[in-house]
Ligand binder design. Structure first.
Ligand code: SF4
Ligand code: SF4
Length: 512
């Protein structure tokens, strides 16, 4: 373990309500999008002159067309059950990061302009005018919510703060006050096909290098095909899988599993991105445009199935919305789930007995598992309720000898966000990301103390990037976060593979 940083918050465990630090995060905002980033998505380039009228009118439009949004604004009874459930409040102590307070930033304005009491007796119902100060407060605190939905699990009315955050960001985009990080990325997907702006040639070269790596490691030629017409499966995976650690090791795992399963598959250079930041900015149109690339790629390549790689919000969009956004997918083979998650595929193969493992290859890893928010609270896997919790754990246990759970109040539906989700994975929000990770880090430290856990696995590209950045602040090495398919890749024995007893798994460290 690394030394860690003494300045990061260490909330007591079980998680306790922190001391209030009013206004502690008021000055933290992400960079504002440049005109070209906004205009590429069809939004005004800069804050429009009549922003106030436009914002109020668009809020009314959203409340009319999105019944859930309107209900969420109307029904909160201020019971307080959600107040201490947000990792950003737990990590920063700023009361405006309590979910109910975050909702009220918008609710108070909605009341002022759209309710009888708010119009005539604003002081009685906590209604307030939309002023420049309020606008900046929206920009700041609606970019301190990762849309993780943990608070909604504890709300007796099921109020989903993430929906309110998405609506707020949508309103901000419509008046030319968008966020640089998300809007720039969405623009790159429209133009090039992935968040990185990685062109097809560079992607092809990267995949060839990775094929060579597998052959060097195993002596077996395993293909990572690109744009292969007539393949059975289109793999849509986060572009971080092509270049970042530990994501890349996960991609090697998918390739080895497909190889052993004997299926034909391909990646598409046109839809080389599973992530869909359209969801983060609350834009149906942007989500749809990104999703339609996947449909087109599947049709152009003539595939029969679509499988998604390890990415949390991508799986939420795929599982919950893809059919509505880009369906019907009647041209795909209806005998398989549409779409399917790579973990469903791998778990099926494990159950069929197609894959052979040497679990001891992962013995240097004492594992725990971080449930990623969008998978845990907004999707499912397999045929059984709770499959999204059990299937990743089943796969880890099939390839590792040592597995331990973090405290129950921080896993499954109650999982804690990594601190970088929802479009907040940008360096300009690093202070928030480090503090927001502290509840999860505290739970991890607990399981390290109790069982000597050395590594945490995740199935979300954002979680992996976020943890590799913030874990060193909490005393862990940056490679203490791993992909689930990295563990699969370490343990799998390919047909014809040259095995060496003393092979150490990539990225693992011997226990001290
Ligand atoms: S959705 Fe998540 S980040 Fe947003 S207020 Fe609720 S708990 Fe906090
Ligand atoms: S738990 Fe629900 S009803 Fe209670 S304060 Fe929070 S949002 Fe309002």
């Amino acid at each position: 373990m690394a030394d860690g940083d003494n300045n990061v918050p260490h909330p007591a465990f079980p998680l306790e309500v922190p001391e209030f630090k009013c206004g502690a995060m008021a000055d933290l905002s992400p960079f504002v999008a440049a005109p070209e980033h906004n205009e590429a998505l069809g939004f005004p380039g800069e804050l429009v002159d009549d922003w106030k009228e436009k914002a109020i009118a668009y809020m009314g439009e959203l409340a009319k067309k999105n019944r859930a949004f309107q209900v969420y604004l109307d029904i909160c009874v201020k019971c307080g059950a959600c107040t201490d459930k947000c990792h950003y409040f737990l990590g920063t102590g700023d009361p405006k990061n309590m979910p109910v307070a975050r909702q009220d930033l918008l609710r108070s304005v909605y009341r002022r302009y759209y309710t009888f009491a708010g119009k005539y007796f604003p002081w009685l119902v906590g209604a307030r005018d939309l002023t420049e100060e309020v606008l900046h407060e929206w920009y700041s605190y609606y970019h301190q919510c990762s849309e993780c939905r943990r608070c909604s699990v504890f709300c007796p009315y099921g109020i989903d703060t993430a929906e309110i955050t998405m609506a707020a960001r949508d309103i901000l985009d419509h008046i030319g006050y968008g966020m640089k990080y998300s809007n720039e990325i969405i623009g790159k997907v429209h133009k090039v096909g992935n968040n990185l702006g990685l062109p097809a040639k560079a992607l092809a070269a990267t995949l060839e290098d990775l094929e060579e790596d597998i052959e060097d490691e195993t002596g077996v030629s395993v293909r990572i095909p690109l744009d292969e017409k007539g393949a059975d499966i289109l793999l849509v995976t986060p572009s971080a899988d092509f270049f970042a650690e530990p994501h890349i090791d996960g991609l090697l795992g998918y390739a080895k599993v497909f190889h052993e399963a004997g299926v034909s598959w391909t990646i598409s250079s046109y839809a080389s991105e599973a992530a869909n930041f359209g969801m983060f900015i609350g834009s149906y149109e942007q989500m749809r445009e990104v999703s339609l690339r996947i449909r087109k790629a599947a049709q152009d390549l003539g595939v029969k199935r679509i499988i998604f790689g390890e990415c949390g919000h991508a799986w939420r969009v795929a599982y919950s919305f893809l059919n509505t956004l880009a369906g019907p997918f009647d041209f795909l083979d209806q005998n398989y789930p549409i779409p399917q998650h790579i973990l469903e595929f791998t778990w099926d193969e494990i159950q069929k007995g197609t894959l052979k493992f040497d679990k001891s290859k992962n013995d240097a890893y004492k594992m725990t598992y971080h449930d990623s928010c969008n998978v845990a609270r907004a999707s499912r896997m397999g045929d059984e309720p709770g499959g999204q919790f059990e299937i990743p754990r089943n796969v880890i246990k099939a390839v590792c000898n040592y597995y331990y759970e973090m405290p129950e109040e921080t896993t499954r539906e109650a999982t804690l966000c990594c601190g970088g989700g929802g479009g907040l994975l940008t360096d300009d929000l690093m202070d928030l990301r480090i503090k927001g990770a502290s509840p999860r880090m505290t739970a991890l430290q607990q399981v390290t103390e109790d069982h000597g856990v050395t590594h945490m696995a995740a199935i979300c590209a954002i979680c992996k990037t976020q943890f590799s950045k913030v874990m060193p602040k909490y005393g862990y090495d940056m490679d203490s976060i791993v992909s689930v398919h990295q563990l699969v890749s370490n343990a799998i024995i390919l047909t014809g593979q040259e095995t060496e007893q003393d092979d150490a798994p990539k990225g693992a460290k011997a226990e001290e």
